[in-house]
Design a protein around this ligand. Structure first.
Ligand SMILES: [Ca+2]
Ligand SMILES: [Ca+2]
Ligand SMILES: [Zn+2]
Length: 321
């Protein structure tokens, strides 16, 4: 059975092999010169960063405590290490993911619709908030168009009076414990914020999504709907202003591409894709090529077949409104 799985994976890998256009022709000898780079796996992060005076985060929503579960970060295509998942709340050796609870009482927006908010108070240095907000809106609309799911994607209008940033607040970069939406695009942060996340983060990490989850009164993570996933309160997305950002001009780094990737995390999807390097030129490739690969890999922001399959497995059963 295992060999069949491996064989079918190899066929998938060959059939959907993707390289950016400047890579030139691949070797005709598929068995030579290509090395898989093993996924180093998730990291256990330092929860102490997110506690104050030895206490867990005391932020609450409707009487429920909220804490940080994990961070998923996206790296550049040239970073030595691909994006990874940092688990802050680890119970025993269990590193579970998080998912929204299909119950309005566990929806911070009080609705089974998926809401998002774009904070325009942390603008990008390269582009106006109109352009970056439009890019984010297109990314959210792309996920909303998936016909297998009925997200009811709803945008909460941006207001300069609203302060987002649960994570940035805790880490000392300003923000608040206010809750605005299921998915919050908090805006662009300095490179220092990303160095706090991972070594060389300022120069390797393009964006990050933090998953915030509910806990019980004692601070234990909950799984009230018993789906094997911790119960997500909301997610926060941050972009790295240490990079040059572009708006649909084919240059790196395209806001919509990164927003589409981060919104995939916002909708509970993780990274996937195996990483390979062509030995002769050091170019890195993913199979299958996808927007949910852990590194930036194309200038065309689009949801791939594998991305869509992952999305549908998470959302096809979401209750209709
Ligand atoms: Ca909702
Ligand atoms: Ca759950
Ligand atoms: Zn990611």
């Amino acid at each position: 059975m295992k060999s069949i799985v491996l064989l079918s994976f190899a066929l998938v890998a060959l059939s959907v092999w993707g390289c950016s256009s400047d890579d030139g022709a691949m070797s005709t000898d598929e068995n030579a010169g290509i090395t898989e780079i093993k996924d180093p796996g998730p990291i256990n992060g330092d929860m102490a960063k997110f506690t104050k005076n030895g206490q867990g985060i005391a932020a609450t929503y409707k009487g429920r405590k909220i804490t940080v579960l994990m961070a998923e970060y996206l790296t550049t295509e040239s970073a030595d290490e691909a994006g990874r998942t940092v688990h802050y709340a680890v119970h025993g050796n269990k590193q579970l993911g998080g998912d929204f609870v299909p119950d309005v009482n566990y929806q911070v927006d009080g609705s089974l619709n998926v809401s998002y908010y774009v904070d325009q108070n942390r603008p990008c240095a390269d582009l106006g908030v109109g352009a970056t907000s439009a890019s984010i809106d297109r990314a959210m609309a792309s996920w909303d168009r998936a016909s297998c799911s009925d997200l009811g994607m709803t945008k909460i209008p941006s207001s300069n009076a609203v302060t987002t940033g649960f994570i940035s607040f805790i880490l000392g970069y300003g923000g608040s414990f206010d809750v605005t939406a299921d998915i919050v695009h908090c805006g662009w942060m300095s490179g220092a914020f990303f160095n706090d996340l991972a070594p060389n983060g300022s120069t390797n990490i393009l964006g990050v999504t933090f998953t915030l989850v509910f806990t019980d009164d004692e601070g234990n993570l909950t799984d009230v709907d018993k789906n094997g996933q911790y119960d997500v309160a909301f997610r926060e997305i941050y972009y790295n202003d240490n990079f040059a950002w572009h708006d649909q001009d084919g240059q790196k780094y395209d806001v919509e591409w990164v927003a589409l990737h981060e919104a995939g995390h916002g909708l509970s999807q993780g990274h996937f894709g195996s990483r390979f390097v062509t030995n002769s030129n050091g170019k890195r490739h993913y199979a299958p090529l996808a927007v949910m690969n852990p590194a930036y890999n194309t200038d065309t922001p689009k949801i791939g077949e594998t991305d869509l399959a992952g999305h549908c497995s998470l959302w096809a059963m979401w209750p209709k409104k």
